[in-house]
Design a protein around this ligand. Structure first.
Ligand SMILES: *Cc1c(COP(=O)(O)O)cnc(C)c1O
Length: 466
């Protein structure tokens, strides 16, 4: 039996709203949300009492309920999309927003979006212009492409290219490249959506040039190569190099397209990382079209870039589907500013957060980890235990799946709290700190920390261990 007396004694909403804890909140939180917060707090207590839960009397006082209501109102007022601290060491973390923008790109976003802009206005002609010109010159300059088109993301770039070049006709792809990337992007499904017909060739581990050649018919529209992104085949394995596909395409008058996925403009092998094909190389090796993401290894905003022969890019641009995949001015401004940094590769490596994080030397990471550990030890909290241990980070975003750059991890525990609980508590913080749980340890990778993240982590742990 629910405790009727306790139920009856719960404060009324109007009464709660007059409590100082909620009156003071009016400066920060809209009144409608304070009312919702009060209702939520009361509903929750009522439900618990009706479920015959024993609730201590001190949790049912007006004071206690008002504080719970204030907390609920604050939660309701917090934006849904907000900052988190990425202590996972996965640099291009799709769930945490992929790439952070360079300062230059952030400044451009503000500049272009608090005033009107020439988004689709040709200033020389005084007439309507095209939004696509803004990044076209720089994309072609940096990559050697004849023409460019930017759409909403790379999934859209692949869809649009396939539909434009091959709807109703066949596209030849290796069975080893029919990949699924996170977030339900699957080459066979996108192909089906585009109206193109998938013509798979070869085996999972090996595809030869003669496999492609044997599949070509009068209905073939395109030879497609797909970067296998997030997985790798090791051992008995063969893929046909783009150059050979190009020669085959020339013999049969067929265009060749490569979906690069990450699409890096820099050669990471110069920084001791695995070789990823660059956009420039794919174009130089003869791809008629390449597609890649703006927010993976490029380190810019979410976007899909299509580059290549003017003839094909132009057809993509004119395809009515392009209107539905249209890129907006926030993206264009941030993308143009990010690309500008690539004119000086050293500047790009230093100022584009994704590139800087991926290539941070181990020594710097070790120093950063030691500094964070020292600040935590200085708190002098008896329950807090911190050590640094060696480990590896991940590039993420489907790039370099086998690469595990060496890093230094903080292993943190709080006496009387399980690692799982600690992970949850840090995730519930404001801002949330997202960590790794591995082999029953809570780990923080300092590679992906930025700005004042360290101060936030120190404060969060101080609060939990106090
Ligand atoms: C990531 C990826 C995509 C999808 O790109 P989005 O920008 O996430 O839409 C497509 N193809 C490959 C090979 C990828 O790695």
């Amino acid at each position: 039996m629910a405790d009727q007396k306790q139920l009856a004694r719960l404060p009324k909403v109007d009464h709660l709203l007059e409590h100082p804890a909620l009156l003071d909140l009016r400066d920060e939180v809209d009144r409608s949300l304070i009312v919702q917060g009060a209702r939520q707090a009361l509903d929750e207590l009522r439900a618990r009492l009706l479920a015959d839960e024993q609730i201590p009397a001190e949790d049912l006082t007006t004071e206690a309920v008002a504080l719970a209501a204030a907390e609920a109102a604050r939660r309701l007022a917090a934006p849904s999309l907000r900052r988190v601290i990425n202590a996972t060491g996965v640099v291009v973390h799709t769930n945490l927003g992929r790439s952070l923008l360079a300062r230059r790109a952030l400044e451009r976003l503000l500049d272009i979006n608090r005033t009107y802009s020439n988004l689709e206005y040709d200033l020389d002609a005084g007439a309507r212009g095209s939004r696509y010109v803004h990044v076209d010159r720089i994309l072609c300059e940096l990559t050697g492409a004849e023409a460019s088109l930017v759409v909403n993301n790379n999934a859209a770039a692949v869809l649009l290219s396939l539909q434009t070049l091959a709807a109703g006709r066949e596209v030849v792809v290796s069975r080893g490249q029919l990949v699924e990337i996170g977030g339900s992007f699957r080459i066979p499904d996108v192909m089906a959506r585009s109206g193109a017909i998938l013509r798979e060739v070869g085996a999972t581990n090996k595809t030869h040039l003669h496999d492609y050649e044997g599949a070509i018919t009068s209905n073939t529209a395109l030879l497609l190569k797909v970067h296998t992104s997030n997985f790798a085949v090791v051992g008995f394995h063969k893929e046909v190099p783009l150059k050979e596909l190009r020669e085959l395409g020339d013999r049969y008058h067929l265009p060749v397209m490569e979906d690069l996925g990450s699409g890096s403009l820099v050669d990471f092998s110069r920084y001791g990382l695995p070789k990823e094909p660059t956009v420039q190389e794919a174009l130089a090796e003869g791809a008629d079209l390449v597609t890649f993401s703006g927010d993976k290894l490029l380190g810019g905003p979410q976007a899909g870039v299509i580059l290549g022969k003017a003839e094909y890019v132009e057809r993509c641009r004119k395809n009515p589907t392009n209107r539905a995949l249209r890129v907006d001015k926030l993206t264009l401004g941030a993308l143009e500013a990010t690309l500008e940094l690539y004119r000086d590769p050293e500047k790009a490596m230093a100022e584009i957060p994704t590139l800087a994080m991926i290539t941070t030397p181990y020594e710097r990471l070790r120093e950063r980890a030691n500094r964070l550990a020292a600040r935590l030890k200085k708190l002098g909290l008896e329950r807090l235990e911190v050590t640094t241990v060696p480990g590896v980070s991940r590039v993420g975003g489907g790039a370099m799946p086998l690469s595990a750059p060496r890093t230094r991890l903080l292993q943190v525990s709080i006496k009387g709290m399980s690692p799982t609980r600690l992970e949850q508590a840090l995730r519930a913080g404001d801002p949330p700190v997202i960590c790794r749980l591995e082999d029953g340890h809570l780990l923080m990778d300092v590679r992906t920390l930025v700005a004042d993240d360290i101060a936030v982590i120190v404060k969060a742990l101080a609060g939990l261990a106090a």
